[in-house]
Design a protein around this ligand. Structure first.
Ligand code: SAM
Ligand code: SF4
Length: 334
């Protein structure tokens, strides 16, 4: 038996998020600058290398794989990668293969994803208003995403909507969003905006809508029951008693849940980030490329996990942004 991956705080690492590209067909204002310089293609792990990386993590006990980016579905040939991961689902070593997407390419790929054994997808959507959607994503068009959501549901994929809570932007849509998700049988999770990327500090504080406030507003209309359910991640859930809906909160700022963190993140260039909110990372591409044998890679992964920090240092409580990360969310993979 291979020893499982356990970090210095006794947290078993069973969840890998993999960014397969830093590119995207949108330019969400909280995620990317309008004029992004993307990595040269030769810097990226090839699809075969991504397979080797993921397969090694699975051998070391990773049971859940989330493919993200950038926009994972704009990576050329990405379906080949999903198809190749199916063998781990079939073998029972991988329990879940899933992705986070902006939804723009789902009309084209939803059925293929379902055929590869994907059962659930997270789709990011902050607003149901055409103009606001165009504003926040800069390059996105809402009808295309709504069509992608239809395609996902028609293909039998369970959809969860992820919305970034943005002050003065989608506050007025809270109930509309809840009702819309309820009417389509989709779960909904709100996320606090994190200080990633190179926007100025003032911008972040201007955008920040604490979920404690969002929750209080929900409670004005609904009876909220806290659920014990944990996805093994930072989300906490409530049930709206009147509708039976489940609403998730990811609150890195108002309350962090680092103590139960079970995940690490691999970038499209093979850097392993042990924490989204720390600069510490380990290069796994060099040991991967150094030999065809996976022994070096396995050792590099174990060494990296031995350095997983206790938690992030994001903090806005002093009315300034602490813990700012210079890298963009699309680099590490949200
Ligand atoms: N392109 C895909 C998408 O948008 O779903 C996957 C990658 S995107 C980086 C993953 C998630 O990160 C999205 O839900 C997005 O809203 C979120 N995100 C990006 N920048 C963020 C930030 N500064 N704070 C909080 N969430 C952020
Ligand atoms: Fe692209 Fe997702 Fe970032 Fe928006 S949040 S720019 S869709 S990677």
């Amino acid at each position: 038996m291979t020893a499982p991956l356990i970090d210095p705080f006794a947290r078993p690492i069973s969840y890998l998020r993999v960014s397969v590209t830093d590119r995207c067909d949108f330019r969400c204002v909280y995620c990317m600058a309008e004029n992004m310089t993307f990595l040269p293609k030769k810097e990226l792990l090839t699809l075969e290398e991504l397979d080797r990386m993921c397969s090694t993590f699975i051998r070391l006990g990773v049971e859940k794989l989330r493919i993200t980016g950038g926009e994972p579905l704009v990576r050329k040939g990405i379906m080949t990668f999903f198809q190749s991961m199916t063998r781990h689902l079939d073998a029972g070593t991988l329990r879940e293969l899933t992705l986070t997407t902006n939804g723009s390419q789902l009309r084209r790929y939803a059925q293929d994803l379902a055929d590869c054994g994907v059962r659930r997808v997270n789709i990011s959507l902050d607003t149901l208003d055409d103009q606001k959607f165009a504003d926040i994503t800069r390059w996105g068009r809402l009808p295309q995403v709504l069509d992608g959501i239809d395609a996902a549901q028609n293909a039998g994929l369970r959809v969860k909507i992820n919305a970034v809570a943005l002050k003065g932007f989608n506050e007025d849509e809270l109930f509309r969003m809840v009702e819309w998700c309820g009417s389509r049988d989709m779960d909904l999770t709100y996320i606090e905006v994190m200080p990633m990327g190179d926007l100025g500090n003032e911008d972040r504080l201007d955008q920040y809508w604490p979920l404690s406030d969002l929750r209080a507003r929900l409670a004005e209309r609904f009876t909220l029951t806290d659920l014990a359910e944990r996805s093994g991640g930072p989300a906490r859930y409530v049930r709206l008693e009147e509708t039976g809906q489940k609403i998730g909160f990811i609150t890195p700022l108002t309350h962090n849940f680092c103590e139960s963190c079970n995940r690490v993140r691999l970038t499209c260039t093979g850097e392993l980030y042990m924490c989204l909110g720390q600069e510490d990372m380990a290069d796994l591409r060099a040991p991967l490329r150094a030999s065809d044998d996976d022994a070096l890679l396995e050792q590099a992964i174990r060494n990296a996990i031995a350095h997983k920090p206790k938690g992030h240092d994001f903090d806005y409580s002093r009315q300034k942004v602490d813990g700012q990360m210079t890298r963009h969310m699309s680099h590490t993979g949200g």
